[in-house]
Ligand binder design. Structure first.
Ligand SMILES: Nc1ncnc2c1ncn2[C@@H]1O[C@H](COP(=O)(O)OP(=O)(O)OP(=O)(O)O)[C@@H](O)[C@H]1O
Length: 625
């Protein structure tokens, strides 16, 4: 059976190419400049094998010219040019890419990678122009040709005059509409910004006339405008330069020019990886968090380039959320782009790069922590909370990447301590990593629950951020040492005093039972404390939800009320306990009053609101009478 060829409705196809591939009209300039760069690269390749051709760098450039009076925008190159046949074949046939064929026939040399591959980029010109003319003279030929088209109606090709080799694309810009001001593509500022944004690292100079001012010759007080040809693009991206040739200043300048932040980055990483996927990257660890960093508005991501051409301004997939503060650029030749170059075809390569980048950042941060502690602490002040969110997120699955990077305040040091530092100085008999939670270091220092642990000489980590305890619950343990809150049910510390409180609890069983019955709505139980020394009472919790977590969760805007299982602990060695015993024997009303007061006191110490402030005040007055 005869296999038939597909037919294409060319006009329809062109209409789809012009109107459906790209979401952003500005990229027409990126596409035409990339074509011009490919055309020059093709001469470069030719010169490599043909001794008669000299590739003199100064002769090869791209020029962008705006002719406001005639609404014309020209993109001129000194590249390989096209014969009449090539104009028919490559421009007249949609999806035919001369560049792709060239790429197949020529191994990439000296990093000169050809950009074009889909055979559609040129037609993006029709997004902004209703008439496009190409005047081209192919390298080594005598005759030039003019290709002209008004879009879907077709095109014409005829011989014309052109002195030099290369191509000149002339766009007759569309009239402005309510939605689109095509005039802007004649403005120096717009053209410069688009070139800088998408084509900054095209390896040949992109020249343009720019307006400048200078003092008038006859009157230095007054200024006059003049035009000057300038190279707009940076050409060689910093990530393609040799690390050894770059100074810290160069990286800082790049950070600033790219508007990554107004701070000075704490660290930069310059990566050049070859392997399953080859890529280069320059990444920065900033010192200060941008004002919107901890808001929903903040968008993470790295600039993604394919062969020096910008594909995505913020490629979020390259960074895990917990490293969302990292800024920088990634450039790879191995990305499978989609036809619009606005995204990627599939993200396999991206995943490999992201994984690699993640471990590089992690190692860099560990190095910063171990060898440049002061800088790390500055960084941690800005982004520590993000790392802790990272420990908490995804059910703690990032613990291995993050646990070494955590720092906390502690009962033993005025400076922050890491988990590894804490564990390294644990006395032999200490089973747990103890922590206490509160609004500030000052408040935690005064917490009654810390007394016994401190007395034993054990260090306590102070958690002052809302997220701290949640993160630690996800870690559960560090180097086989479990975390234990000083407010948790059982501290598991054996002392003589503890045995004495067990005995006291047995002896005063009825008293405790009655207290518990009185407070049955509010607490789970009352018991003799094994953690208090100076203070009369405190609240502790049983179960997974701590009192601090209860506070945090209930402050969130949702309906569900969370309750920690609270236990009232009484210091049986305190004077107050004797008064309580006395009242229990002689005066039940007084005993009730004391119990209520002790419970409300414990709430206050814990930073919990008292149930009824007026009633509490009345009760205090009652005992003062
Ligand atoms: N300035 C130019 N000089 C020489 N040849 C050109 C020029 N512009 C386009 N061409 C030729 O026309 C072909 C089609 O260009 P077009 O921009 O449509 O696609 P492409 O660059 O091949 O691929 P992509 O769609 O990936 O950009 C190119 O492959 C190239 O052979």
């Amino acid at each position: 059976m005869q296999t038939k060829q597909f037919q294409a409705e060319t006009k329809r196809l062109l209409d789809i190419v012009i109107h459906s591939i790209y979401t952003n009209k500005d990229i027409f300039l990126r596409e035409l400049i990339s074509n011009a760069s490919d055309a020059i690269d093709k001469v470069y390749y030719k010169a490599l094998t043909d001794e008669t051709i000299q590739f003199n760098k100064d002769d090869y450039y791209i020029r962008v010219e705006a002719d406001k009076a005639n609404r014309l925008l020209k993109i001129i190159d000194t590249g390989i040019g096209m014969t009449a046949e090539e104009l028919e074949d490559n421009i007249g046939v949609i999806a035919k890419s001369g560049s792709l064929s060239f790429k197949k026939d020529n191994e990439p040399k000296d990093g000169h990678e050809i950009i074009g591959q889909f055979g559609v980029g040129f037609y993006s010109a029709f997004m902004v122009a209703d008439e496009v003319t190409i005047i081209s003279k192919a390298f080594g030929t005598e005759e030039a040709h003019k290709w002209e088209s008004k879009g879907v109606e077709g095109y014409t090709v005829e011989p014309c005059q052109k002195e030099t080799y290369g191509t000149e694309i002339v766009l007759k810009l569309k009239e402005n509409t309510e939605e689109d001001q095509y005039d802007k593509y004649l403005e120096e500022y717009t053209l410069r910004s688009i070139i800088k944004k998408y084509s900054d690292f095209i390896r040949y100079p992109i020249k343009m006339n720019v307006t400048r001012t200078k003092p008038k010759e006859d009157n230095q007080e007054e200024y006059e405008e003049y035009t000057e040809e300038q190279v707009i693009n940076s050409m060689v991206p910093i990530w393609k330069k040799n690390r050894n040739e770059l100074t810290d200043d160069d990286y800082e300048k790049f950070y600033f020019e790219k508007h990554f932040g107004f701070d000075k980055p704490i660290r930069h990483l310059h990566i050049n990886t070859e392997g399953m996927v080859s890529y280069r990257a320059v990444l920065f660890i900033p010192e200060k968090a941008p004002y919107d960093f901890y808001t929903r508005e903040y968008e993470k991501g790295l600039e993604l380039y394919a062969n020096g051409v910008l594909i995505m301004e913020k490629c979020g997939e390259l960074l895990p959320d917990y490293f969302s503060f990292v800024k920088g650029v990634v450039d790879s030749e191995d990305l499978s782009l989609n036809i619009s170059r606005e995204m990627l075809q599939h993200d396999g390569q991206l995943k490999v790069i992201a994984k690699n980048i993640k471990s590089k950042i992690q190692k860099e941060l560990v190095d910063l922590l171990e060898n440049h502690r002061e800088s790390y602490e500055k960084f941690y002040q800005s982004f520590g909370r993000q790392l802790k969110y990272g420990v908490y997120s995804d059910f703690g699955s990032h613990r291995d990447d993050l646990q070494e990077l955590l720092l906390f305040h502690s009962s033993k040091e005025t400076k922050l301590v890491s988990l590894s530092e804490y564990v390294s100085r644990m006395p032999e008999d200490q089973k747990y990593i103890y922590y206490a939670v509160g609004d500030s270091v000052d408040r935690i220092e005064k917490l009654p629950q810390t007394e016994m642990v401190k007395d034993k000489g054990y260090e306590i980590l102070y958690f002052t951020d809302d997220v701290d305890e949640f993160a630690i619950k996800m870690l559960r343990e560090y180097k086989e040492k479990e975390f234990k809150s000083v407010s948790s049910g059982d501290l598991d510390i054996d002392t003589e005093e503890n045995k004495a409180s067990d005995d006291a609890e047995k002896e005063n069983k009825d008293l405790f039972t009655e207290m518990k019955e009185m407070l049955t709505e509010q607490i789970k139980t009352v018991r003799a404390s094994k953690r208090l020394k100076q203070h009369p009472v405190c609240l502790v919790n049983e179960g997974d939800i701590s009192i601090e977590m209860e506070k945090v969760l209930n402050a969130l805007p949702n309906e569900q009320e969370v309750k920690a299982d609270k236990v009232l602990e009484v210091n049986v060695n305190h004077e107050v306990f004797k008064s309580l015993q006395q009242a229990y024997q002689d005066d039940k009303e007084k005993f009730k009053l004391y119990t209520e007061l002790l419970y409300q006191q414990a709430r206050l110490i814990e930073g919990l609101p008292v149930d009824d402030p007026v009633a509490l005040s009345n009760k205090i007055c009652q005992i003062m009478k």
